[in-house]
Design a protein around this ligand. Sequence first.
Ligand code: PAF
Length: 284
Amino acid sequence: MDVLETVSDLREALAGPRRGGRKIGLVPTMGSLHEAHFSLIRAARAECDTVVASIFVNPTQFGPGEDLELYPRTPELDARGCEQEGVDLLFTPPVEGMYPPGFQTKVTVEEVSREYCGRYRPGHFPGVATVVLKLLNIVQPHAAYFGEKDFQQSAVIRRMVGDLNIPVEIRLLPIVREPDGLAMSSRNRYLSGSAREAATVLFRSLEAAAERVRAGERSAAAVLKTVREVFEGEPAAQLQYAGVADDETLEPVESIRGREHLLLAAFVGDVRLIDNRSFEDALG
Ligand code: PAF
């Protein structure tokens, strides 16, 4: 595995594979890698000839007062993990390499970014869309791999790729969960004993909602009431939002038909967690 820090070095390293007609896969990450990231790398490894992973803690997707400084950074472990999973090229640009002096362009995917995380983290999705577009332009992969845990992020990226005619296949991989259901996240490492236990409320509320759908409920409002009730039983966690949204537009829906996701965000102490679920399996 080669580790490259500059755009020109990475482009040079990709010139041969591109000329040779090899399929290039990109796994963009912010590092602090765990099983969910490795599942993306494995999928890329299985489907592509040349696998590029990027590790870049993107400052523009963090708002003031968010955890940019505290965001976990484990560069040596990450590099070892990438090597073990068969990454060919690891791109680790410095901030000034991605945002040189004078940088001023921002990509905004208006409507898909508006609700849910977008409402509580203004500036987050423009930051994500801009850095993902930059990475897609730098690597020009045939396929790029993202996790479904960040469902709204994936909808923003899918919309951007469609709207801007970017020639890449966006591959979405399922959420990877701990045995008790907690969705894997780099921020889980901040959860101590009782908070870690309380954090399972996200998964429990999603499952309780799916149970209602399985029993015949189709009203989004009723399902969201169930989510709130599960949270009421877990005082260590505060629900920030819960909504049932159309898979493509992310517009809130009133009834569940099979093309929606239940999205939620919650604080456990000062750790913010997100999770989501489709109802496809519950509709029968
Ligand atoms: O999901 C992430 O880790 C980040 O938002 C991404 C897509 C790498 C952009 O910084």
